[in-house]
Design a protein around this ligand. Sequence first.
Ligand code: AMP
Ligand code: ZN
Length: 484
Amino acid sequence: MPLRLYNTMTRRLEEFVPLDSTRVGVYACGPTVYRPPHIGNFRTFVFNDLLHRYLEWKGFGVTFVMNLTDVEDKIINEAAGMGVSIGEVTAPMADAFFADLRTLAVLPADLYPRATEHIDEMIDIIERLEKRGHAYRAPDGSVYFDISSFPTYGRLARIEAQSIRSGAGLSTRAGGIDADEYEKADARDFALWKGVKDVDRQVGAAWQTPWGEGRPGWHIECSAMSMAALGSTFDIHTGGEDLIFPHHEDEIAQSEGASGEPFVRYWLHVKHLLVNGEKMSKSKGNDFTIDQLLEKGYSASSIRYLIISAQYRKELNFAFDGLDTARTAIQRLLDFERRLIDMPTAADAPLSRLHEITEHALHDFEKAMDDDLNTPNALAVVFNFVRECNAELDRDTPTARAATDAARDALASMDRVLGILEIARVERADVADDLAVWADGMVAERQEARRRRDYAESDRIRDELEGRGIVVEDTPQGPRWKKA
Ligand code: AMP
Ligand code: ZN
């Protein structure tokens, strides 16, 4: 069955046909490492992971690249404010980012290039753009892209180049235009390179180039890192919807302007996670980090489940009750898995309908995911599968071992894409360990209370243990506890 993806460039669902199915190249715009990412960012990163996992599930060989933006306006401001170098700001934030990725069971990318390690490639692209008549130098040492030299500028965002005036609609974030401070010929042009300022030198964000000292614009970073890793033309480029313009529009202009070849074949963009109808963002202060949610007692599996409960191009509003619902849903899956394991089986049991149900589920799951990674439909397939299997198991005891094994394999196969149970199993094991540690402590306290003949206290402890499903037995060797 063919995979279909919504290509922002054509605004259509298209069958995905890679340049080379053994090496599908994917580049994902990664985090700006100056603060811990919030779960809005993780809507985009978990989507990347689903894409990565599903391409592999379909049998493609994948080269997955995600960059780290480690030099950029906000990082420089942060470093200047703290009186440290940009590396001192970005190193701990990169570590925290990777820890969050592990928490959410995001598959590691093949490469995590960092902008500061690709300055030479950026210089090379800018030189090629100059030679090909797409770039010019300003007196302050900055270099700009000349939009008028690139007639298809605006094709991705569907913006007429003529309508872009005086920085209107152009990003003011890193690498975007700052109409007051940089000297360009046309207000629509964007900076490829920014002439050095004192603060850049202070924080170690200044590099020598043939045209003087300075630092890269944000957009050139991704052109350089993606083409260095995947070549001038590659299959898929992803990011949040805010990156369509100007970031990705500018990447296309720079990359195609320098190479003379088509840049990206499929552009995929993730709709923003909302909070009370507003975009979740650091600047609005309505954001939550993974750690904050874990501290509140929510689990990583619930966070991941909530994120994938909506298709990536559909609206998703963050709410705590969504995390509660997720928890209940995941428990149903774990209970089902447990039931399959514990199910009495017999080699000579008649072949049940389980096989048929399992095959249908896998087929429907693939159909849902092929439809532009429709995760809510894929989850519906999983729960339908659980319901039908349970009904069959209620009827059919014992069941053929081969049939329960096939059902378990199917569940595991679908979870190889969804990545929910693999986190939840570990969480449950952790909870089980925590419970054991707690029970040991309580039993010791009860013993201590009995020794000082405080029977009211020892009874209270026994009740508290029973409240969590633990019974204490007094044996000649001392007290023992077990689960009721
Ligand atoms: P940044 O660290 O700001 O460069 O963002 C990293 C990624 O997260 C980019 O692909 C952004 O488009 C994406 N992003 C930012 N805010 C949100 C949000 N509220 N929902 C989904 N993705 C977002
Ligand atoms: Zn980027």
